[in-house]
Design a protein around this ligand. Structure first.
Ligand SMILES: C[S@@+](CC[C@H](N)C(=O)[O-])C[C@H]1O[C@@H](n2cnc3c(N)ncnc32)[C@H](O)[C@@H]1O
Length: 381
């Protein structure tokens, strides 16, 4: 499995598409809004750029990235209305994802989104939106994407828990019967995952520090974990364990080779807040302005963040909806390893497993929102 070649969210806007199954990720953008607003106000006030450059990393093919663009523009308008002199006249957005991402889907929705942002500003009595431009940047965020000193704000939501690769030394049946870090995962495997995350996240920070202007900001929302204990990330990782359960059933039925399952490991790690703080400190260039842990329902349909209904139809609907949202993210990786013949059956089994799990236990998932600024006056390479 090669991430840069094989990994993409389900394209377009069909029933199984990421665009139609990314409500949980949308909720994360709404939760982060006050922190993003604060970062933009900080850039406007401290740096007063003529043109502000904002990049969304891991934008996917969903209206979520345009919701972020719209929130950012509205914040700039609010700022323009209050302090005319301190504001940028133009904003350049760069939307980044891996090359196989469905960028076209986003760009086709752009005009409509611009119109609704303008209407929103007018309704609220704000200045009209400043001229703003949106461009796509294909490539891995673990490599350089922008020229030195060129970006004022980096934003990334629900993307940085994806590793650049499955840990290199994790091969064969080292993580037998599992697809991620689970209760029966040997400590060595968990350590390989953690080491890969440390390498990747440190590299990400290093790349972005070169690209940020001094005083620039980053707001990163990562699917993390509450506790230090690496196997108890809860929420989405429970869903991955229930997916592995579905795969083990297919192995028992002779539909999937055991070796195929044993050699499948997801390139994902959910860091704790302490791990993130340590890696940021090690970078020696960034200051943490804010770090928050937010518990949110793992059910995409829980827009008001209420507990998913226990038992009966509520649990069944939640099972289906969590399964669909996972399929929209994982389908390409599963197809590249197992082929597409097991997809429908596997995700139907996942929906049933989640329904059963919800009837006995209600799960939350942890988002870690970390806001960083590049310290001025520090020498960078
Ligand atoms: C779950 S989606 C989140 C998308 C979007 N930010 C949202 O909030 O809906 C994660 C995205 O990260 C992207 N991604 C993963 N690894 C990446 C990398 N190394 N470089 C760029 N994008 C990456 C994936 O392709 C995917 O589109």
């Amino acid at each position: 499995m090669k991430i840069e070649r094989d990994f993409h969210m389900v394209k377009g806007d069909g029933e199984t598409s990421y665009a139609k199954n990314s409500r949980m990720q949308r909720r994360a953008i709404l939760v982060t809004k006050p922190i993003v607003e604060k970062a933009i106000r900080g850039v406007c006030t401290d740096l007063q750029p003529q043109s502000m450059v904002i990049a969304d990393l891991g934008c996917a093919s969903t209206p979520n990235t345009l919701l972020f663009v719209s929130e950012a523009i509205t914040t700039v308008c609010e700022n323009t209305s209050n302090t005319v002199a301190a504001c940028p006249m133009e904003v350049q957005f760069f939307l980044n994802d891996l090359p196989s991402n469905d960028f076209n889907y986003i760009f086709q929705s752009l005009e409509k989104s611009k119109q609704s942002t303008a209407q929103d500003c007018a309704r609220r009595g704000l200045q009209p939106p400043p001229p703003h431009y949106v461009a796509g940047v294909p490539g891995s965020f673990y490599a350089r994407l922008f020229p030195c000193n060129s970006v004022h704000l980096f934003h990334s939501s629900f993307s940085l828990m994806w590793l650049s690769q499955v840990p290199e030394r994790l091969d064969g049946s080292m993580n037998e019967g599992n697809i991620h870090i689970a209760a029966t995962t040997p400590p060595l495997v968990a350590r390989l995952y953690r080491d890969q995350f440390e390498t990747d996240f440190s590299r990400f920070l290093q790349m972005r520090c070169s690209e940020l202007v001094p005083g620039g900001r980053m707001v990163l929302t990562i699917l993390g974990r509450q506790r230090d204990e690496v196997v108890t990330a809860g929420g989405m990782t429970t869903a991955l364990e229930l997916l592995a359960q579905g795969m083990r059933t297919l192995v028992a039925e002779g539909r999937v080779d055991k070796e195929k399952l044993d050699s499948f490991n997801l390139p994902m790690y959910n860091p704790s807040a302490d791990e993130l703080k340590r890696l940021v400190k090690q970078s020696e260039l960034l200051a943490i302005s804010d770090i928050q842990l937010v518990e949110t329902s793992w059910n995409p349909m829980d827009d008001d963040d209420s507990e998913p209904a226990e038992g009966g139809a509520g649990a069944e609907a939640a099972g289906r909806s969590i399964s669909s949202s996972l399929r929209a993210v994982l389908e390409s990786l599963i197809v590249s390893h197992f082929g597409d013949s097991i997809l429908d059956e596997l995700f139907a089994a996942l929906a049933r497993n989640i329904t059963r799990h919800i009837k006995s236990e209600v799960e939350k998932t942890t988002l870690t929102i970390i806001s960083l600024s590049l310290q001025e006056g520090i020498h960078r390479q």
